[in-house]
Design a protein around this ligand. Structure first.
Ligand SMILES: [Mg+2]
Length: 231
């Protein structure tokens, strides 16, 4: 691989184990809100329903069909309705608690810290994330990895979302590096990888669940410790 100077990391599902942190929070809240007593079947059924509804609403948000507020208001209201629990107000309280607690969960993917420590000695690094500012910064702080990154590029602040080439251009300009001197590590082909390709940035596709695909990628890893061999 060429001599890189800077590594871009995606955050959710690449370093920060979104599923694990989210499910742990949902489990805790399900029990603290006594949702079984309010009519829900089980925590597992509730979480499955939430995942499906949340996924659909995130797609709508990314496609500009709904706003951030609609996404946040609807995901738990719709889940509560789907699970036979009455009460919009309790769904809103639940949603607020979820937003508050979930980003404080510290679970990272295996070997994330080891890989970052290794890379930190050789490169500068930053995050490019499509998340919301107040949430993403809390995640980095509680997972104790914020010190690895010189910059946190957040779509909500910059005004463009991956795969828009302008968020990558903003990042390389800010860092005063050429795209060819950087490489992007991310789990989402449509945003991280397509965006990097458009911006002339090399990429490493992170596929921790070994999901089969026919995508054309430069490098693919299933464990973050592979970065130590590649970079
Ligand atoms: Mg991701």
């Amino acid at each position: 691989m060429p001599a890189y100077r800077h590594i871009f990391f995606d955050l959710d599902h690449t370093l920060w184990d979104f599923h694990k942190n989210s499910e742990e929070t949902l489990h805790e809240l399900y029990h603290s809100f006594n949702l079984t007593n309010l009519g829900a079947k089980s925590a597992i059924a509730f979480i499955d329903s939430y995942k499906e509804i949340n996924h659909r609403l995130w797609n709508d948000y990314h496609n500009g069909i709904i706003t951030k507020e609609e996404l946040r208001n609807r995901r738990f209201r719709d889940t509560f309705t789907d699970c036979g629990i009455n009460g919009e107000q309790i769904a809103d309280t639940f949603g607020n608690e979820y937003l508050h607690i979930s980003p404080t969960k510290p679970h990272l993917f295996p070997n994330a810290v080891q890989a970052l420590e290794y890379l930190d000695a050789k490169y500068t690094m930053s995050i490019i994330t499509n998340g919301f500012a107040e949430v993403q910064l809390v995640k980095l702080k509680h997972a104790r990895i914020e010190h690895f990154f010189t910059h946190i590029f957040i779509s909500e602040i910059i005004g463009y979302q991956k795969p828009d080439v302008r968020i990558f251009e903003h990042a390389t300009k800010t860092l005063e590096v050429k795209p060819s001197q950087t490489i992007m590590v991310g789990d989402n082909f449509a945003t991280d990888i397509v965006g990097a390709i458009r911006a002339g940035i090399d990429h490493i596709y992170f596929n921790p669940e070994h999901i089969p695909h026919n995508l054309s990628v430069q490098k693919e890893i299933t464990d973050l410790n592979e970065l130590i061999l590649l970079l």
